[in-house]
Ligand binder design. Structure first.
Ligand SMILES: [Zn+2]
Length: 242
């Protein structure tokens, strides 16, 4: 049996890139009134995602790294050079100011994640990175047709295997839910996991984004059935996976 066939070989890291809608006051003032209003909507953050990330971290006794800085200031789930890494109010700033924003609120989260990945790899384990996100049920008038989406790179065999196993566990928890692969976005689009895949091999690093439909949450919190289902599916994942 290859080392990677043993679930115990994999060490879990949970992250949440859109956990909040904070913007420091000096930058908030530079946003338009409508941009400030957007902060509290799905445009500013991922409602419910941090609660799910916390439950996952407790269930698996895994480290959790998150940032509550709004993606309307800087989006930690974009590559540093991506045209939408900075929020719309800050894209035309001069490079020194853009670098300042990234140095203060982007790189600390990204660097903490890379440090944790290195720590896991140096301990001889591989990394199973679960990034918690949520999506708005309706975007540009179009209703999304899933409760949960798993975003991964199907060309990386271990990502496919872990995603298959997680989908199977989730299906048994929530048989009526629509669980979809690479929906509502592709796991290979620009993002944190895509960035990390470029730096770590397929046997070292698996990056799966778990996208929850925001319609599932009440006041941005999961109900007991969601919480229980998440905890059990993650624990069972390690029991059943082989
Ligand atoms: Zn997100």
């Amino acid at each position: 049996m290859a080392k990677a066939d043993d679930p115990g070989h994999w060490s879990v890291l949970i992250t949440c890139e859109h956990a909040g809608h904070q913007v420091p006051a000096a930058f908030l003032r530079r946003m338009s009134k409508s941009q400030q209003k957007d902060l509290l909507t799905h445009k500013g953050w991922d409602p419910g995602a941090l609660a799910m990330a916390r439950h996952a971290a407790v269930a698996l006794e895994a480290p959790l790294l998150y940032t509550k800085i709004s993606r309307l200031l800087v989006d930690c789930n974009r590559s540093p050079q991506h045209p939408r890494c900075l929020g719309p109010a800050f894209r035309d700033l001069d490079p020194a100011e853009r670098n300042f924003i990234q140095a203060a609120w982007y790189w600390p989260h990204r660097n903490a994640i890379e440090a944790e990945i290195l720590r896991i790899l140096q301990s001889g384990s591989s990394v199973l990175h679960l990034a918690m996100h949520s999506f708005t049920p309706v975007l540009d008038g179009e209703r999304r047709t899933a409760e949960v989406g798993l975003l991964y790179d199907p060309a990386r065999p271990w990502e496919k295997m872990w995603s298959d196993a997680l989908l199977k566990e989730m299906k048994s928890e929530w048989p009526t839910w629509r669980l979809r692969r690479n929906y509502p976005y592709l796991g290979t689009s620009d993002g944190l996991t895509t960035w990390l895949r470029r730096h770590y091999g397929p046997q070292e690093y698996v990056g799966i984004e778990i996208e929850w439909n925001q319609a599932l949450f009440t006041r941005n919190l999961p109900d007991a059935r969601m919480k229980r289902g998440l905890v059990r599916s993650l624990r069972n994942l390690f029991l059943h996976f082989s």
